[in-house]
Design a protein around this ligand. Sequence first.
Ligand SMILES: [Zn+2]
Length: 326
Amino acid sequence: MTTTTVDTVLGPVATAELGPTLMHEHIVTRSPGVQENWPHLWDRSEILAISEKKMADLYARGIRAVVDLTTVDLGRDIGLIAEVAKRSRVHVIVATGVWWMPQRYFYAHGVDKVAELFVRDITQGIGTSGIKAAIIKCATDTAGMTPVIENVLRASARAQKVTGVPISTHTWAAGRTGEMQQAIFAQEGVDLTRVIIGHSGDSEDLGYLRGLMERGSTIGMDRFGLEHFLPTAKRVEVVAKLCAGGYAGKMVLSHDANCWSDMLSEDDKKRTRPQWHYNHISDDILPALRKAGVSEDQIGQMLVRNPRAIFEARQPAASTTAGARR
Ligand SMILES: [Zn+2]
């Protein structure tokens, strides 16, 4: 049984309607606890206005869905996300999971207790919002597989098996941490085709990238515009080479950008990372890929058909329904 709808912020949407989809973005990222204690740092109406404009710009370029991979340790605010989604014509899909700055809670409570939280977000909804997450985010950065990160990865794996939704990761590509993640997921019995190894576009190590895909996963070429990890020309070259090698069916595209972040003001973003914004793929990368020999069909594969297939392949395990563990 495959599902033909995916849960978005505003309710289930037919996967056929998703269209061009950016698989790893953020609407708002912030440091949990800071705004609650220093509310003067936060102008909600201004953030909403900026977000509304950026989502409209995306829609005007033909993008029809974004996956917001903002987790609790990135300050996920489902009420704010819902407000933005209501003002936007772009579908917004949200995540459960934990990034690489996990609160100590996620170590203290063990793998299964953490998995229950993820399952709850997916099956019942986030908080009291009723909004269901449709993807699980987890992360391994430069510190590698610390005990708490391993807990979160194993919890992600178990929640994946119960719910059937995909996992999408953050990696430190230079340290090949995608391989460690695949090893943990495989140990936990996750079908690696249900996993997107994110930030793979930061790497030009074709052997590493092919290995991730040969083991079944999709790779996220998802930081276009972040020049300090890998310059644009290299990113384009890697995608073009892998397309030529027959891997278009295993890549998705995105920026890992945001509408607003408490880490970097809008002015600082423009000054230090001028290409890092929601429109870079539409405006600059797709033309560059075409020039590098990537076909329209391959672009459609990476931007439309792969995202659709990833959400359609949801097959919850019937037997282990830890729905029990709510
Ligand atoms: Zn991200």
